[in-house]
Design a protein around this ligand. Structure first.
Ligand SMILES: Nc1ncnc2c1ncn2[C@@H]1O[C@H](COP(=O)(O)OP(=O)(O)OP(=O)(O)O)[C@@H](O)[C@H]1O
Length: 249
């Protein structure tokens, strides 16, 4: 059972001779408490796929199902609400407001969503603690390292307790040390809090931390690598290799 999945998703941009088919019939899904990485060279369709998975855009054909419900059957308002309440987004650029403290950056979207200031502050404290930033909650982004800023952005995304965290190149702007710290933290969210994560990455080291990696090529799934099998029917085999590479039919 997948929390979020695509079924034969196609996405075309433009018309006629200038039409680009960014996705050509993609099936991917993420299981509860699984970390799925999406890789592929530039232009292979990764960002387009993430946009569809997050309900920011709709496919030309095929389905995107969140907990079994087809996003295309929702009205724009319903889809926006679903996105605000069920999906957390993080990006390569941290998108923090420079004049607000870490705590205020995390609390603000909740307050805009109608949560009281006191409750937003309480929840901000909780998620900043979760990402190891409780000690720096009064700092403005300019006083934080890139890795710390990304952790604040992750806290902001987690504040709504999202069913899925979607990450577009979360380590793309970070040096190696910070990239490792942020990736380890995402892994911890999966292992200790069963957070479900889908992340697009170019970095094979980051992808190695995922349970599964889907490789896209020219708008199709090229292959899938399983590092840790999170399917319910798995029987542990002690002699199994560290990961199994399965070519798709
Ligand atoms: N809004 C759009 N209008 C027209 N073409 C688009 C649009 N968005 C994406 N495309 C095209 O769809 C294809 C897939 O793009 P996409 O951004 O999903 O790839 P990507 O794998 O994320 O690339 P990158 O790693 O460079 O971000 C590309 O050929 C791109 O030019």
């Amino acid at each position: 059972m997948y929390v979020l999945e695509t079924r034969q998703v196609r996405k075309a941009f433009g018309e006629g001779e200038t039409q680009v088919e960014a996705l050509k019939g993609v099936d991917v899904g993420v299981r509860p408490g699984e970390m799925l990485a999406i890789m592929g060279r530039s232009g292979s369709g990764k960002s387009t796929l993430l946009t569809l998975l997050g309900g920011v855009d709709v496919p030309t054909s095929g389905q995107v199902l969140l907990e079994g419900k087809d996003l295309a059957t929702m009205s724009d308002d319903e889809r926006t609400l679903m996105r605000r309440q069920r999906i957390g987004f993080i990006f390569q650029s941290f998108n923090l407001l420079p004049i607000l403290t870490a705590e205020e950056n995390v609390a603000l979207p909740m307050e805009l969503d109608g949560v009281s200031a006191a409750e937003a502050k309480r929840r901000a404290g909780e998620v900043l603690e979760l990402v190891g930033m409780a000690g720096r909650k009064s700092h403005i982004p300019g006083k934080l390292s890139g890795g710390e800023q990304q952790r604040v952005a992750i806290a902001r995304a987690l504040a709504i307790r999202p069913a899925i965290l979607l990450a577009d190149e979360p380590t793309g702007n970070l040096d190696t040390a910070n990239s490792k710290r942020v990736t380890a933290m995402l892994r911890e969210l999966v292992d200790e809090h069963q957070q479900t994560i889908i992340m697009v990455t170019h970095d094979p080291g980051v992808a190695l931390m995922a349970d599964r990696v889907v490789h896209l090529l020219d708008g199709n799934v090229e292959r899938e690598e399983v590092h840790r099998d999170k399917s319910p029917a798995v029987v542990p085999v002690t002699s199994a290799p560290r990961y199994v590479e399965a070519r798709r039919k």
